[in-house]
Ligand binder design. Sequence first.
Ligand code: NAP
Length: 245
Amino acid sequence: MRPKTCVVTGASKGIGRGIAERFGADGCEVVVNYRSSGEAAAETVDRVEQAGGSALAVQADVTDLAAVEAMRDEARDAFGSVDVLVNNAGITQDVQFKEMSHEEWDVVLDVHLDGTFHCTRTFYDDLAAAESGRLVNISSIIGKEGNFGQANYATAKAGIFGFTRTLAQELARTGSTANCVAPGFVRTAMVEELPEEIKETIRGDTPLGRLGTVEEIAEVVAFLASDGSSFITGEVIDVNGGKDL
Ligand code: NAP
């Protein structure tokens, strides 16, 4: 059987790297997208190969449609048509709303929403043509609960829920699926940079009493990308240690 070709945006580090590595363990061909961390992306490629897959690092800022289209061309040249797209690239720019500039609002919405639009639009035909195409979007618990200082991020992540449910309906005609994973707080650079007392509060508010790991998120993404999830579409899977209970 031909290995699946998977594009993971923002795979130079954190959750995206974990997803790429997990796809490698399934023998997949992985396009490791990154924006600026070329060395880290090369390390992700090594890890995917060590795990048993093949990989190619491709630089593309997801806010730039022409760059995303060039990434698709590179992906097709290397591996052929794409079966799985994981929209994972993300940033935060936290500031209390009363002080938030329009630029701080825009930059976060651009990466999460325009980035997701550009990538999904660009790979849509591949996903629709694939035997079991899979779109997996990474949202966040913050999209459901909101969070002090994150009006921009919460808005973007909430938008991903509606986008996923709509794409699930439209892609269903082709037999492909669209689902969303909403992580709680996971040990990556994005969270490690929070003050220790905030991390302690998060652990206290989480029934399982700890932050999540990238492997725990990647495992769920790998399932949603697999043939085993063929009758699941339009869902949001929370992976948050029970934090919203
Ligand atoms: P991270 O460690 O900061 O990594 C972010 C990744 O996104 C990097 O690979 C970065 O690439 C890439 N990226 C950022 N802007 C980009 C752009 N314009 N174009 C292409 N790539 C871009 O973040 P993370 O914690 O792994 O988060 C990954 C995803 O999970 C995000 O969508 C985030 O919102 C979501 N999430 C995270 C948590 C958490 O607790 N960590 C919780 C819920 C949801 P470069 O370094 O090359 O720029």
